[in-house]
Design a protein around this ligand. Structure first.
Ligand code: BYC
Length: 474
């Protein structure tokens, strides 16, 4: 499983042994680089960035840190080592040996899952392409670029699967990954949240907390797949993903910290005074949280999904930590109780557990999100600030699933459309809120300096201090 780092495409999948595949991927590579230059981080081609690069797939010491110009980043194909004798962990093929090739009857379902996953990766890079112009610190700038490079690598991970296992239509899908663009009217990205803008760093921290966390749960359920190449690919992607969510959790924590400091300095809880001092008031943070949480909840699909049931029964996409769940892993006779919107009311409805697999994953995600929110609230308690951030009701501001039919307040009350319209700006960032947050954005990129609205991190990257020169501008 050692990585061939000197190859034109670094890999641990013996690419050199398969000349056709190697040539096909090498012919996709220039399109990828062109896409990066056009739609990757704006104006950064000459920057030397202190980045980690995958050099191994072992848990210990998988990454090397050093200065890299981003177009020279060693994007490659890395999969976790195979598990000897692994069997399909769930569904109707449970207990049979895992597949090393695509089973004919599941070809289109698998391709669709891989394409949907792959599409999100370049989408997020596109969404974040201008953020580098207004980084709150050099440390944050470096972290942004790290995430961008790794999302690029995650695209490589899915493109490899498409090229290696799906022949001509896989290659066509790989081309399409660079043709759809975030927010493009004619060729948008596949999933809703990936067509939203990430216009400021507060949105970015929220995105890395809430939307990257959807990535964690989706990748974890694909890491259980009976199609072993997909499972192993996702296992390694999860190693990289952890840092992305760390940026979100600590990013929001640093914003909360700064706001609490300003409130203490000014002895006020007046949002206007907090804003005037160049910090973000807690009420605005709550609105951004409401927005990003709700669009990320949509990424789990509908509450009742035959797609999800079919993926599960086929052994293609499992649940979060499937092997730790104590049941038969077939779910045909199990039931689940789902919170849904029906006949104008929020109800608990019993369904077959197979149909409820999306909701199960969403439940796990909600629990995980709550842990982060509780950590932010702890910061406020430590500062003796009497305010709690809260996850809104799961029906709030939804576009996918039964709740998309209703108007639900953050507290979970069903209201009329008129009432929603009247109150929307209380719950979601208004135009004025967005303008305020954007007004705080300006590049603060001298080593050791930090913008007014966010506290410095408690430690730097790879043992370096906060004021390390994480990015050198060419
Ligand atoms: N937006 O049966 P349903 C990440 C469609 S993030 C638009 O419930 P299913 C990352 C759906 O496609 C993780 N359309 O759907 C994070 C279906 O279409 P058709 C990405 C949506 O299939 C940050 C229809 O509605 N990975 O890695 O059960 C940075 C019926 O819905 C949406 C994956 O998503 C939506 N939100 O569930 C970088 C994993 N939701 O059949 C990266 C792969 C549903 O009517 N994808 N629809 O044409 C999947 O597992 C599934 O496709 C979904 C949807 C869970 C997304």
């Amino acid at each position: 499983m050692s990585i061939d780092l000197n190859a034109r495409i670094p890999n641990n999948v013996d690419l050199a042994e398969d000349r056709r595949l190697q040539r096909a991927l090498e012919s996709w590579q220039p399109s990828f680089i062109n896409w990066w230059k056009e739609l990757g981080p704006e104006g950064t081609l000459n920057y030397d960035v202190y980045l980690r690069t995958a050099v191994s797939v072992e848990a210990q010491g998988w990454a090397h840190f050093g200065y890299v110009k981003m177009p020279d980043y060693r994007w490659g194909i890395f999969v976790a080592p195979p598990v000897e004798g692994r069997t399909i962990p769930f569904g109707e093929h449970k207990g049979q040996p895992v597949w090393d090739e695509v089973p004919g009857e599941y070809r289109s379902s698998l391709r669709r899952l891989i394409v949907t996953q792959g599409d999100t990766e370049p989408a997020s890079v596109e969404q974040q392409r201008l953020l580098g112009l207004t980084a709150p610190s050099l440390y944050d700038l470096r972290n942004l670029f790290q995430v961008n490079c790794e999302e690029g690598r995650h695209l490589w991970a899915m493109v490899y699967l498409l090229h290696a296992y799906f022949g001509r239509d896989g290659r066509e899908e790989a081309e399409m990954m660079l043709e759809r663009h975030s927010g493009d009217v004619d060729k948008p990205r596949i999933l809703g949240a990936f067509n939203e803008e990430t216009p400021d760093w507060l949105s970015y921290f929220m995105f890395t907390f809430f939307t990257d966390r959807d990535g964690k749960y989706q990748l974890s359920s694909l890491a259980e797949s009976g199609f072993d190449p997909l499972a192993r690919t996702c296992q390694f992607m999860l190693t990289e993903e952890a840092h992305h969510m760390f940026i979100g959790t600590t990013g929001i924590m640093r914003v909360v910290t700064r706001t609490c400091e300003v409130m203490a300095e000014l002895k006020t809880d007046d949002p206007e005074k907090v804003r005037a001092a160049g910090a973000i008031d807690l009420q605005t943070l709550q609105k951004y949280l409401n927005f990003h949480y709700s669009v990320s909840l949509d990424l789990f699909g509908q509450e009742v999904s035959t797609n999800a049931a079919n993926y599960y029964t086929a052994g293609l996409k499992g649940r979060f930590e499937e092997s730790k769940i104590e049941d038969d892993h077939v779910l045909k006779d199990d039931v689940a109780h789902l919170t849904m919107f029906e006949d104008g009311a929020i109800k608990e409805i019993e369904y077959n557990a197979l149909l409820a697999v999306n909701e199960r994953l969403r439940d796990d995600y909600v629990t995980d999100c709550q842990l982060g929110v509780s950590r932010w609230n702890k910061v406020m308690r430590r500062h003796k600030v009497d305010f709690e951030l809260k996850l809104p009701h799961r029906g709030f501001h939804r576009s996918i699933g039964t709740f998309s039919e209703g108007n639900i307040t953050p507290e979970g009350e069903v209201i009329s459309k008129e009432e929603w319209k009247k109150n929307e700006d209380k719950w979601l960032p208004s135009q004025a809120d967005r303008e305020f947050v954007i007004s705080l954005q300006s590049a603060c990129i001298e080593p050791g300096k930090i913008a007014s609205w966010v506290a410095p991190p408690s430690r730097g990257i790879d043992g370096h201090p906060f004021d390390y020169e994480y990015v050198r501008f060419g």
